[in-house]
Design a protein around this ligand. Sequence first.
Ligand code: ADP
Ligand code: MG
Length: 351
Amino acid sequence: MADLRRNIAIDLGTASVLVFMRGKGVVINEPSVVAMDSYTGKVISVGREAKKMLGKTPGNIIATRPMKDGVIADFNTTEKMLKYFIEKAVGKSFFKPNVVICVPSQITQVQRRAVIQASRFAGANSTYLIEEPLAAAIGAGVDISDAGGNMIIDIGGGTTDVAVIALGGIIINKSIPVAGDECDKAISNYIKKKYNMIIGERTAEDIKINVAKASSPNDNDLFEVKGRNLINGLPMHVFVTSNDIAEALNKPLTQIVETVHSVLEQTPPELAADLFERGAIMTGGSSLIKGLDKRIEDRIGIKVQIAESPILAVVRGTGKSLNWIEKLDSSEMGEESMRKKAIEERLKRDS
Ligand code: ADP
Ligand code: MG
């Protein structure tokens, strides 16, 4: 019998939520922000509309990001957000969809269960989880069942995840809570200290996306930034240099680069040799920070390539996994133990 369910894949990120539907591709790509009435708890808007309200909501409306560092920070709000996006993607249907959601590979069992439960409450039939580095790799076009190693560097809003994968499993990975958001914060802190000016979250993000470069630029361009005077609270503007921004970003970017380096250091020699041949792949929105690929490349001595659509790679890979959804076991990756064995065997053979 034909399955009338519409199955969907969700990348439930700290910065954005993306939804993929087979045959349609990515149907939703919106910020993971929810605006609610603080008295009644009613949702006022979700996604793009809600993001516009961040930082400028009147007293009774609060705009929040329910995901933090890749995991659910606020369960009820996450559930409401998921419900909104699932309904938006699937439309009104008698059949509840099966849902695959990617999760960071280092999250706890409790955090995994929270995702499954939120998804169920939000209207999913069955929920399956896939580890994000695997999803990112699949989405970037890597054959993850390959015995050779591949390195995936996913730099999102809340976290940077670096993983080496082989034979469909994760060999090593490391995650740090430093990514795009920390860069935004670093920019606003720098401007506050140096120019006594407060800027909003979105201004800092604009600067990062449009002006920032990961290494000290030779040209010292000036650009105007508007904000509020730290001392008297009045609107003001200053001219910031590209070197200012490079200096501001140095700390978070160094932390990111060193994380990649430490994962490479722990990679078994055989797989490291594969990486030298194949290079590493970057995904996630913050992989687009200008010059970051080059900066990582210089540090680790391995070619680093940004995936074709770095922001869509994870959800596309999660979407492809819909094809083998029945092979997955909800709450756990079904083939985990099998895969681990295969990897151990390969490592034994190599050593
Ligand atoms: P998550 O998976 O955590 O939801 P994403 O992969 O969607 O995160 O990446 C979101 C981050 O990417 C944000 O910090 C955003 O500012 C940043 N970002 C998006 N586009 C760009 C760009 N062109 N240049 C630099 N940073 C970007
Ligand atoms: Mg992500």
